[in-house]
Each structure stands twice: as C-alpha cells, then as structure tokens.
Design a protein around this ligand. Structure first.
Ligand code: PHB
Length: 390
C-alpha cells in the first residue's frame, strides 16, 4: 500500500513538472469559414514539424493552442491574442493569415514579452511595426517583382493591374509596376477591388476594354483566387490571348483540381511549390499530407507554418524555455536552414525570410492531376518592399 501511495505521488509530481515545463504557442488563423482550408494548412505544417522533430525542445514540452479567426478582423485578432497571452499564458504568438490581423497584434508584443512569428501575412511593413516580429512566409513585393521580368520577356509591353484593395494588394501593385517600368513596360490601368468582391465579370470587362496585352493580378488565396481565375477563363480573356501574370497565390495547388484546364499554362512566381524536388520537401510533403489527410489539399501556408515552428523551436532552445522575447528574436537573426522550399535565411536586419522565388507553370501530369512546375529560379531574394518603404 505504502509503495502504491509513493508511486502515485511520484506520478503526480512528475506530471506536474511536465505540465509546468510546457511551453505554449498560440496560433491564430482561419480554421472555419471560406478560408478554412488555409488554416487547415497552418495546422498541417505545424503537425508535420512536430511529427518529424518531436514535441520536446530540451526538457520543455511544446504545446500548440489554436484560435479561429475566419476573416480579416483586426479587433477580434487583438482580442484573441490578448486572451492567449493573459489567460493561456502563451510564450509565443504565431500564425496570422491576413495582414490586418497581424498588424493589430504588433502593439501588444513588447508588454506581453512575446515574439510574433508570422506564418502567412505578406505586407512588407508588418516587420517594421515591432522588433519582436519574425516572418517565415513571403511578401507580395518579394513574389510580384520577378513576374514583371517574366511578362516583359514574354514580349508583353502593356499590362493592366488588378489587386485586392488592402496591404498585400497595394504592395503587389507597387512591386509589379516598379519592376515592369524598369523593364520598359507600361501599366495602362490599376484597379483596386474591395476585399469582399466575388463577382469578377465587370472587372473582366474592364480588362478587355483596356487594350492591355496582359493582366497582373493579386488576391489573397482562397475562394477569391479560385473565382478570379475561373472568371478570367469563363469571360473569354484567355481565349482572347490576354496573358495572365501573378504571384503564386493565384494558382495555389489546392485550387488546381477545381480550375482544371482553365489554369493550364498560367505562369506565376512564388516561394513554394508542392512539387519542389528536394529530399527536404519530400519528407515535408509526406508528413504534411498525412496530417491534412488529402495531399490535394496541401498548399503554401503549410510551409510557412512548418518553418515558423522551426524558428520557434530555435527560440525555445536559445532561451532554455524561459520567457524572454528579445533574446528569442535575437537568437534567430541570421538563422539559415534548408526549408522544404529551398535554402532560407532570417535576414538579421528585417527579420523577414530571404529565399528563392521560382517561376512555375501550371502543368498536367501523366496521371491527369495539375501541378505548379518550377521552370526557373530567382535566387536568394530579400524583400524589395522594405527598401521601397524607406
Ligand atoms: C495577407 O493578407 O497578407 C495575405 C493573405 C493571403 C495571401 C497573401 C497575403 O495569399
């Protein structure tokens, strides 16, 4: 009996110790609503990282707590982050699909002593809002600059630009325009659509009427991008020979089965393709496909989340599990590793990720499925948006 009691007490003490050591990571993303698949990809990337690397860093157990933010809603984003910090006592904040949601959280980081690891939101300026922000995704400046050269090299001189009217859209418009004009091209018209736009027929008419040889487009990935590319095809723009240029948000892999031949041949520039040929990506795709349950649903937010967890694990290692946001961020400045997307670096000055940007073309595989085939690499791209902002 005595031995039983001692064993029971020891078990309680041990489990309390393990619990006390748990380091909580609060992840905010769209886990329900129209963008739920994007949030599901955050979770798949995190699950894949923890399946491959375990849930412990030294003696500390890592625990991820999720909060659902279905749409761009800065007030709710801030409230969720505050609740995670105050009630759940998370040491790290991470995730954030939409720019306004990430922006809303930057003012609370210093006081909360919490780094923010952005796994998607792609407006350049976010990292300038707090020294505690680190980003493992991309910016639309980074992904929209190289496609301007591609458009010029394709013999296109006049382009109409169409973007969603908020941070990453305005950045994409500016990035494309700056790079395209440098090549000698001309942006004949720049349309900014409300984020809520879902009937694209009037826009397609304006594109036709503009006389442009090509269209440059950015919308946040989800039902938005699927609807836009469908409309481009259904309104006869593709048939009329108006070329389509965009960052890879417009042809994310999870949209391709629904787009079918409508997307065939579309060229985009982006930091990640599920088809990327490397041992690191093979291991990642295997684990992430298992986590999401259907490989066809895998898309880029998964790799932003996977690498975001890598950064958080390095932060936990450097701080020995103690809450010290400044030390944690300092430790990952200049960090390099081979991501499933290719070689990457956390730029020590901007805390944004430097990475290859690939030109990809939507291609039909022998088995009838569609994929983004990498055809060219723009190596070690930093964020031109930060220089432009200065
Ligand atoms: C953003 O809001 O920053 C955002 C969302 C989805 C994307 C790109 C950027 O595909």
């Amino acid at each position: 009996m005595k031995r039983f009691v001692l064993t029971a007490v020891a078990a309680i003490v041990m489990s309390t110790a393990a619990y006390a050591d748990a380091i909580k990571v609060g992840v905010v993303g769209p886990f329900s609503g129209p963008f739920a698949l994007q949030g599901k990809n955050f979770k798949a990337g995190i699950d894949a990282y923890m399946a491959i690397n375990g849930n412990k860093v030294g003696d500390n157990t890592v625990e991820v707590i999720y909060r659902d933010l279905p749409a761009a809603d800065p007030a709710k984003s801030k409230a969720l982050a505050q609740e995670l910090v105050v009630k759940e006592k998370v040491q790290y904040l991470a995730g954030f699909y939409f720019t306004p949601d990430a922006m809303a959280v930057t003012p609370i980081l210093q006081q909360a002593n919490t780094p923010l690891v952005i796994m998607n939101a792609a407006t350049s300026a976010i990292v300038t809002k707090s020294p505690l922000v680190v980003r493992t995704s991309f910016t639309t400046w980074q992904t929209s600059t190289p496609i301007a050269k591609v458009a010029h090299d394709a013999g296109v001189g006049k382009v109409i630009s169409v973007v969603s009217d908020y941070g990453p859209g305005v950045d994409a418009e500016n990035a494309f325009k700056a790079a395209f004009e440098k090549e000698g091209g001309q942006v004949v018209e720049a349309i900014r659509m409300p984020l809520s736009t879902n009937d694209f027929s009037p826009i397609m008419q304006r594109i036709k009427d503009s006389g442009a040889q090509g269209v440059f487009a950015f919308l946040p990935s989800g039902p938005t991008t699927l609807g836009f590319v469908k409309a481009y095809n259904e309104n006869g723009l593709k048939a009329a020979g108006i070329k389509f240029f965009a960052p890879g948000d417009l042809t994310q892999e999870s949209d391709l089965p629904a787009l079918g031949d409508a997307a065939l041949g579309i060229q985009t520039t982006f930091h990640y393709a599920v088809s990327h040929d490397s041992p690191e990506n093979k291991a990642f795709v295997e684990a992430a496909a298992k986590a999401i349950g259907n490989k066809a649903e895998l898309s880029f937010p998964a790799v932003g989340a996977y690498d975001g967890m890598h950064v958080i694990y390095k932060m936990i290692e450097a701080t020995g599990g103690k809450q010290d946001a400044a030390k944690a961020v300092e430790a990952v400045k200049g960090l390099t590793w081979v991501s499933p997307r290719g070689p990457v670096l956390i730029d020590p000055e901007s805390r944004h990720i430097t990475q290859n940007i690939y030109l990809r073309e939507v291609t039909k595989a022998d088995d009838g499925t569609y994929y983004n085939k990498e055809v060219q690499t723009f190596e070690k791209q930093g964020d031109p948006g930060l220089k432009a902002a200065k």
